[in-house]
Design a protein around this ligand. Structure first.
Ligand SMILES: C[S@@+](CC[C@H](N)C(=O)[O-])C[C@H]1O[C@@H](n2cnc3c(N)ncnc32)[C@H](O)[C@@H]1O
Length: 437
């Protein structure tokens, strides 16, 4: 590491500014990283994701080292400090280089005091670390690096597993691929990977899944642009086999973008579905269309509110509906650590209300004997098991159905996959069938 080069200072500042956009500006990490120059993106991404992942611990490390909290307008200085602490404590980077480089970057912030403060705080941590560590362990938010409200929700929902769920939220997620079995087979694709110098292993029970030993950019995957492979977590690869849509069926993917599950549904049926994909976000639906184009599948796609079928439904009932509902994303924190910064407890009842409305509205479009798969990437029972209990209790024509997909048994009434189980993200699936009355 060249501690004081202008390039090193520039990328450190780019990471600090990206973090300001996420923490203060409410931006999602991928959007906040777009401004980084290509040559610095790798480093900036590592720091921005790392600081978000450990934010609640790093901020608790910082607080006792400051005489008074930094003002909101000095957020870039605070982010430089969090990056420095992340490197010292989590990455174990050499202290001298971290302090030197952080001070040099602070010197470019047009705040004459910033370099001195950064120097004092980072050296203060190195000096006082042993004295301060017990305080972090005693503080649940600092210990778990998750916001207290979420830890409390998890603890009451999952008394035996909440610690493991928090630990899983701090892990680096695997990069999991879904081989397009309509175009190649898994062994052949594995050989293509090896030829490109990439190692991967299969996941038991999931015929299309491969886990890469080391993550790479999707564009660097052999055959990606020709549609041989997609990037998709293993839990998300369960939707298609659970819903089991077969050739000729009329299928609705209600909240479909960016289209990972839409494409898998088509792949599993050799493309022979009469499929309608909806999403209410035009930019996201655009991504879905690009994905289907890349993979060579055809489907009707529309920007629409799935909760208002009177505006888009032609009256022909669906045999299968996938409702991959908007949710708290508390099951995918290892992939999206900014979720911890952007969610607040008040959002949960509002999400539950939206999910109920979607379930209610879509149920009317399902054919008798048809099936609806309700899915979320949440681990909160209010969005999952309680939701389905409410639905079954208020809809006499609905019955819960069991299913098996790979290593996961979906029980009648729904199954929660906790993050890290079977190397999967946290997901919830419940399969409902409309009675033939
Ligand atoms: C969990 S994501 C879906 C992921 C997608 N199924 C996949 O596998 O790639 C939820 C999606 O629902 C969309 N959404 C939220 N509310 C909606 C509504 N009322 N109608 C249609 N789409 C909605 C969001 O824009 C978002 O793209």
């Amino acid at each position: 590491m060249n501690g004081s080069s202008p390039k090193a200072a520039a990328r450190r500042l780019a990471a600090a500014h990206a973090l300001v956009r996420v923490v203060e500006g409410g931006r999602a990490l991928p959007a906040a990283l777009r401004a980084a120059a290509p040559e610095e993106r790798g480093w900036v991404q590592e720091m921005a994701y790392g600081v978000c992942r450990w934010y609640y611990r790093l901020q608790a490390m910082l607080d006792p080292l400051l005489r008074r909290p930094l003002r909101k307008r000095d957020a870039p200085v605070r982010m430089l400090l969090l990056i420095g602490l992340y490197e010292l404590e989590i990455l174990g980077h050499p202290p001298h280089a971290v302090v030197h480089e952080s001070v040099a970057s602070a010197g470019r912030l047009r705040r004459p005091w910033a370099g001195g403060l950064v120097n004092a705080v980072l050296r203060g941590w190195l000096r006082q670390r042993e004295r301060l560590l017990p305080g972090l362990e005693a503080d649940l938010q600092a210990r778990t690096a998750h916001p207290l409200w979420l830890v409390e929700h998890l603890r009451s929902a999952w008394p035996a597993q909440w610690m493991r769920i928090c630990e899983a939220g701090l892990e680096r997620p695997p990069m999991t691929l879904r081989v397009n079995l309509a175009r190649t087979d898994r062994d052949a694709y594995c050989r293509r990977l090896r030829e490109a110098g990439l190692q991967a292993r299969p996941l038991a029970g999931l015929p299309a899944a491969l886990v890469l030993e080391r993550p790479v950019g999707a564009e660097d995957l052999p055959g990606f642009s020709q549609g041989l492979v997609s990037v998709q977590d293993a839990a998300a690869q369960l939707a298609a086999p659970i819903l089991d849509a077969s050739a000729g069926m009329r299928v609705l993917d209600a909240c479909a973008a960016p289209g990972g599950k839409t494409a898998h549904l088509l792949e599993a049926a050799g493309g022979r579905l009469d499929l309608l994909a909806l999403d209410r976000e035009p930019a996201r639906l655009h991504q879905l269309n690009a994905t289907l184009h890349r993979l060579g599948w055809q489907a009707e796609s529309r920007v629409a509110d799935a909760g208002a079928p009177e505006r888009w439904w032609d009256g022909r009932p669906f045999d299968r509906i996938l409702l991959d509902a908007p949710c708290s994303a508390t099951g995918v924190i290892r992939r999206q650590p900014d979720v911890k910064l952007h969610r607040c407890p008040e959002q949960i009842p509002r999400l539950v209300e939206r999910q109920r409305h979607l379930l209610e509205s879509l149920w009317g479009t399902l054919a008798p004997g048809g099936r609806l798969l309700y899915a979320t990437c949440s681990v909160l029972p209010a969005e999952n098991a309680e939701q389905i209990r409410w639905f079954l209790g208020t809809h006499a024509d609905a019955r819960a159905v069991a299913a098996v997909a790979g290593p996961v048994e979906v029980r009648a009434g729904g199954t929660q996959i906790l993050p890290g189980t079977h190397e999967m993200d946290g997901f919830y699936y419940a399969l409902l069938e409309k009675r033939n009355t």
